[in-house]
Design a protein around this ligand. Structure first.
Ligand code: ATP
Length: 110
């Protein structure tokens, strides 16, 4: 990553930190099933309760994930999401008492 790209990413992380909401997951999403687990945490298939939109929610445990590294993952997923072979980030991110979470299009490509 170039210095300019790293600075742009830092700035984006700072800005997104300002608008992170705390959500009660069960109020907004129905969790359907576990899609997989990575080194950082788990990925669940979820449906937005009001809109019926299916999506993959990525759960980063707050015990083992710093806010800075979560925001970095989230913002990287937003900037790479234009690549046709990657699942699209949906611009949804929030915290719960135990997790930092962001949403991606649920796909079979990964
Ligand atoms: N958007 C998605 N749609 C459907 N399934 C997904 C999606 N993202 C991740 N998964 C599933 O969850 C698993 C874990 O994904 P995750 O992105 O957490 O980790 P990874 O990139 O596979 O591994 P690591 O965390 O080690 O880099 C994947 O292997 C895949 O099976």
């Amino acid at each position: 990553m170039t210095t300019a790209a790293a600075e742009a990413l830092d700035e984006q992380c700072f800005l997104t930190a300002q608008s992170m909401q705390s959500l009660n997951i069960s109020e907004h999403f129905q969790l359907v099933k576990l899609l997989g687990e990575g080194t950082y945490g788990k990925v669940m298939l979820a449906v937005h309760k009001k809109r019926g939109t299916p999506m993959a929610l990525k759960f980063f445990p707050r015990l083992s994930t710093s806010l800075a590294s979560f925001l970095r993952e989230y913002n990287l997923s937003l900037s790479y999401c234009t690549h046709p072979s990657l699942t699209r980030a949906l611009g949804i991110f929030f915290s719960t008492p135990s997790y930092y979470v962001f949403a991606q299009q649920a796909g079979s490509l990964r």
